[in-house]
Ligand binder design. Structure first.
Ligand SMILES: C=C1C[C@]23C[C@@]1(O)CC[C@H]2[C@@]12CCC[C@@](C)(C(=O)O1)[C@H]2[C@@H]3C(=O)O
Ligand SMILES: O=C(O)CCC(=O)C(=O)O
Ligand SMILES: [Fe+2]
Length: 367
């Protein structure tokens, strides 16, 4: 992704609190990290009434496109198996992530993200919207990570950079393939998309997330509830649970880690492109009492300056365009300013009466 995407944050620099507290060695949750108890919505774990779970789609299944369309409309998130990304690459990325986060705090801070920057080490940007700190740390890669990684390992940055580059290449191909399947199930062909020939020239980034084990996981928050700004996000999570999605605006459903599977979630830009047919899913990451959790999100967006608006084939008298055109660059700036109100700030048409707006998260207590 050209580094100019970072211009989106110039108007809203975030002077991030850096974790001088070493979360790995804390025995009690400090007050500045203590969130209200997490049971703000019932969780579906241990709830025998709700038996549905996030769909798992085998990409080698001849019905994969149809299953995906259904999963996109009803959930906005699904897991994929048989996706073709080699297991050794997933393990390699996890190994490098662990290697990075296990460095001493002072070393990691040498690669800190600048307040108006996009890449580097730090807490998630969204943390500035909450009164309490998040129980996590992250490393964002947009464009080449070499300069930041050189700060971490002055004599040995190649291995990390090579693996991340290979992973990004695989993810870009997979994301373009997923986009075609998802659009296909809306009756949209590559040719219907002005930038259809550029699906592989997408803007994208990698977000490595680390969630240390926590002495009181019910009072801490790994990553607060949010939607991604992307078209879609492909997430690798290690074997520790933590990712939850808000189903029907009422209950948190855990997305269980499945060996070798990847989680795909719809972001705000695909919600706009689909004229509201596919919801961008509200999700969060909770933490674990004894286990360290690691996740790697591939954030896939359109070429930076392409205008994203509801596809004309999905617009008619009954379905007027719900959103005005917006570029990813502009939308990231809007998100940096308005966070969970970003989507409604580009909305031009109210939902029809009786139509449940799955993306109206503003009535939902986030956290
Ligand atoms: C391209 C991007 C999407 C993202 C902001 C970023 O510039 C790089 C980090 C991404 C991330 C990952 C964690 C959650 C999130 C909301 C955040 O604070 O940083 C997303 C951003 C997003 O999707 O808006
Ligand atoms: O760690 C997770 O499971 C979620 C990460 C996430 O939502 C993100 O990086 O945007
Ligand atoms: Fe996310």
């Amino acid at each position: 992704m050209p580094s100019r995407l970072s211009d989106s944050f110039k108007a809203h620099p975030v002077h991030l609190h850096q974790n001088h507290i070493d979360l790995q060695s804390v025995r009690e949750v400090p007050d500045s990290y203590a969130w209200p108890p997490l049971a703000d919505h019932p969780s579906s774990i241990g709830d025998s009434y709700h038996v549905d779970s996030v769909p798992v789609i085998d990409l080698s299944d001849p019905n994969a496109a149809e299953l995906m369309g259904h999963a996109c409309e009803t959930w906005g998130v699904f897991q994929i198996t048989n996706h073709g990304v080699p297991m050794h690459l997933l393990e390699g990325v996890e190994f490098q992530g662990r290697r990075l986060f296990s460095l001493p705090a002072q070393q990691k801070l040498k690669a800190a993200r600048s307040p108006d920057g996009i890449s580097g080490y730090g807490v998630a940007r969204i943390s500035s919207f909450f009164p309490k700190h998040l129980w996590s740390e992250g490393f964002t890669i947009v464009g080449s990570p070499v300069e930041h990684v050189r700060q971490l390992w002055p004599k040995d940055h190649n291995k990390f950079c090579d693996i991340m580059e290979k992973y990004e290449k695989e993810m870009k191909e997979l994301s373009a393939r997923l986009m075609l399947l998802m659009l296909g199930s809306l009756g949209i062909a590559k040719e219907d998309l002005k930038w259809g020939a550029h699906l592989k020239d997408a803007c994208a980034g990698l977000q490595l997330n680390s969630y240390p084990s926590c002495p009181d996981p019910n009072r801490a928050m790994g990553l607060a509830a949010h939607t991604d700004s992307t078209l879609l996000t492909v997430l690798y999570q290690n074997s520790t649970t933590g990712l939850q999605v808000l189903k029907d605006g009422t209950r948190w459903v855990t997305v269980p880690p499945l060996p070798g599977a990847l989680v795909v979630n719809i972001g705000d830009l695909l919600h706009i492109l689909s004229n509201g047919r596919y919801p961008s899913i509200l999700h969060r990451a909770v933490v674990h009492r004894t286990r360290h959790r690691l996740s790697v999100a591939y954030l896939y967006g359109p070429p930076m300056n392409v205008q994203i608006s509801p596809l004309s084939k999905l617009v008619d008298l009954k379905h007027p365009p719900l959103y005005r055109p917006v570029t990813w660059k502009e939308y990231l700036g809007t998100k940096a300013k308005h966070f969970d109100k970003a989507l409604s700030s580009v909305r031009i048409c109210a939902p029809r009466s009786g139509f449940v707006d799955m993306n109206d998260h503003n009535s939902v207590k986030v956290g």
